[in-house]
Write a protein that binds this ligand. Structure first.
Ligand SMILES: Cc1ncc(COP(=O)(O)O)c(C=O)c1O
Length: 656
């Protein structure tokens, strides 16, 4: 494994003192054990310090002398106190360990003003002890470099105990020499099996009631992500959302939610028995993309439903659109409404200023993140972050237990531990690279003259122009209308001819997801493929528009009540292949969710209108290969489960 390079940024505007501290720390680095490759560099002004923090991803610690600094080399009125500088460093890179060099005389003042900031320690200027300083700075870095769960898992595997416990493959012994299935063992590799252990191994702690290495790993994650508490979820953000819902919401409690939310949110509505107030998301019909809920709609809903228990929004969306969260969260909090933000696609945001503020930084009570989608964790490995001052830990734990397997996959937990370590230590550097590659790729795609990387203005409807919506540039939606292929054909072409698999598509776009694993070579291959296809100059296809999702017809029953009925299954299309009028006015018992993107077009309890039925029939007849979850096939006919008339009469209808 290559040895890391790490830097301590020393900030001091007295040249002699600066040189002496840098020299002392570097002498210590040479003479002491230095596994992280720490070395000190010095700058004499705040502007240089900020520039270094903004550009040098290897800076892991800053040692700031308590003085006044020049912020701007050219301008007047530029002095910045050390306290202010520390705040700027924290705002840019909260993961960087910050130490202050202080005068004993100013100790109280400085410590008091930095009390609420994440300052990792103080040194007295008079005590010239570079080796001591180096050790302490290195110890802070060592703390972030720890992976307590992964370490325990690795040591256990290396101890190679005889397994008299689950899983049945018994560290791979059942497969290794099999004439039939040894190929699976060989393909997966030995550690896929010997690290797949049972909960009966006490040194690996318990995900359900962590007190040891899992608790420790979760604490490190909470610190890295800026949460009071962090919980590892081994069944994705889908489960994270449901756990939070069941913790916060009792049957009948009001919940404000974006209709655009992922299906797990809608499942959480059924499980918790909440009464949803759906907020219509904006739709971009030209590209077939769902966007955020307009700010005015959100603020009006908060005003109109001050009795709501919680609000949930997705930020950023699959397509990279993120809300201006602080004013929305402040408005919700003013009414005592808890805020949950689904950050499934935004788990890296804490580690680069270009993506911040994160939901927690904006004041959210809960944030769920699919660490696996955008950082280096295995699929399904997610985190639930909690900052709710009224957090009911016991209630949460009960719900966590309800949804979490008693046999969690340890490799997944280890990958969360490692993903957190990586994000904290090299997230900034890798994300800076990802951002640069994204900018380059956008430009290259536009240079083809055929494909177009959509900008924020293309993605959102004009009604959202003043809502402070921002675009995560690492999610690239490409307009393919001029290339002469349908999106299905283009996806196939990219895969079969060029070995490229894209994230998703609509009838007029394909989406590319850049992550910290995106390399320049991949970008070049992608550009080459798009350029070749563009040069083929196929005649563009006739323009199509997304059939408009009809307006929400309203809920007649609580989603949970509707879902738990026996119901009956009625076909969507009649014998003449027309939308079956028998469905109009009936109440859906199941959600209908085209996948991707996994956003329901029907929820349980919803009244089926003629428009909605026509829309569903359109989906069914669409030539695009889309999964439509929630429909049931009876014979050869796609059916929707609806509440029977008798069941409906027996249930309490919702007030309009
Ligand atoms: C917005 C959103 N939330 C939650 C999820 C579920 O995440 P996971 O796949 O980690 O269960 C997804 C998955 O695509 C999503 O897009």
């Amino acid at each position: 494994m290559p040895k890391p390079t790490s830097r301590i940024l020393v900030v001091n505007d007295a040249p002699k003192a600066l040189a002496s501290v840098v020299r002392g720390l570097n002498a210590a680095a040479r003479s002491l054990d230095n596994p992280y490759g720490l070395a000190a560099i010095g700058v004499a002004s705040a502007s240089e310090a900020i520039a270094a923090i903004e550009t040098d991803g290897d800076i892991q610690a800053a040692l700031v002398d308590d003085r006044l600094y020049d912020l701007d080399d050219a301008g007047a009125d530029t002095s910045l106190s050390a306290v202010e500088l520390v705040r700027r460093i924290n705002a840019l890179r909260p993961e960087v360990d910050v130490f202050i060099l202080i005068d004993r005389a100013q100790e109280d003042e400085v410590v008091d003003s930095l009390f609420t900031e994440t300052v990792d320690g103080y040194f007295y200027r008079e005590e010239h002890d570079p080796r001591g300083m180096f050790r302490i700075i290195q110890a802070a870095l060592a703390e972030r470099a720890r992976t307590p769960f992964f370490d325990a898992l690795r040591s256990y595997v290396l101890m190679a105990k005889d397994a008299w416990h689950t899983p049945g493959h018994s560290s791979g012994d059942s497969l290794r020499d099999s004439p039939w299935v040894a190929d699976f063992h060989e393909f997966m590799g030995e550690h896929a099996f010997d690290a797949d252990l049972s909960v009966s191994v006490p040194m690996l702690d318990s995900l359900l009631e962590p007190r040891g290495v899992i608790a420790d790993a979760q604490k490190l994650a909470a610190r890295a992500f800026g949460a009071r508490r962090t919980y590892f979820s081994t069944n994705g953000t889908s489960t994270g959302n449901k756990i939070i819902f069941q913790t916060l919401l009792s049957p009948g409690d009001k919940l404000l939610l974006d209709r655009n939310c992922h299906k797990s949110v809608h499942h959480g509505v059924v499980l918790s028995g909440a009464r949803p107030v759906y907020l219509d998301a904006s739709v971009n019909p030209l590209y077939g993309l769902y966007g955020p809920v307009p700010k005015a709609t959100l603020l009006d809903a908060i005003e109109a439903h001050p009795d709501a228990t919680a609000l949930i929004l997705t930020s950023c969306t699959y397509d990279g659109l993120r809300y201006d969260l602080p004013p929305i969260i402040a408005a919700a909090h003013a009414k005592g409404i808890k805020v949950i933000i689904d950050e499934a696609w935004y788990g890296f945001a804490r580690f680069h200023p270009a993506f911040r503020p994160t939901a927690l930084e904006a004041g959210a009570d809960y944030a769920t993140q699919s660490t696996h989608k955008v950082l280096s964790a295995f699929s399904q490995a997610s985190m639930i972050h909690v900052n709710d001052p009224d957090f009911d830990e016991h209630g949460f734990r009960e719900n966590f237990m309800m949804h979490t397997s008693t046999s969690p996959q340890y490799a997944m937990i280890a990958s969360l531990d490692v993903a957190r370590k990586q994000a904290s230590l090299e997230g900034f550097r890798l994300l800076s690279r990802t951002l640069a590659l994204a900018a380059e790729l956008r430009q290259q795609l536009n240079a083809t003259g055929v494909f177009r990387a959509l900008a924020l203005e293309d993605l959102i409807s004009p009604a959202l122009a003043d809502d402070g919506i921002r675009l995560d540039p690492t999610k690239i939606t490409v307009d393919i209308a001029a290339c002469g292929h349908t999106s299905d054909e283009l996806q196939r072409e990219l895969f079969d001819r060029f070995g490229i698999q894209v994230e998703k598509s609509t009838f007029r776009t394909v989406s590319l997801l850049l992550t910290i694993g995106t390399t320049r070579s991949k970008v070049s291959r992608l550009y080459d493929a798009f350029m070749r296809i563009a040069r083929e100059r196929r005649p563009p296809l006739a323009p199509r528009r997304l059939p408009e999702l009809p307006r929400f017809g309203g809920l007649r029953l609580l989603p949970r009540d509707a879902f738990y009925t026996e119901g009956e299954r009625l076909p969507l299309l009649d014998d003449e292949d027309r939308p079956d009028a028998a469905l109009v006015g009936r109440v859906a018992a199941d959600a209908v969710v085209p996948y991707p993107p996994g956003i329901p077009v029907v929820v349980p309890g919803q009244v089926i209108t003629a428009d909605l039925l026509a829309y569903l029939a359109g989906l069914l007849r669409s030539p695009r290969r889309e999964e439509i979850h929630g429909l049931v096939t009876v014979g050869h006919r796609a059916c929707l489960r609806v509440v029977t008339r008798a069941e409906e009469a027996a249930l309490q209808p919702l007030a309009p």
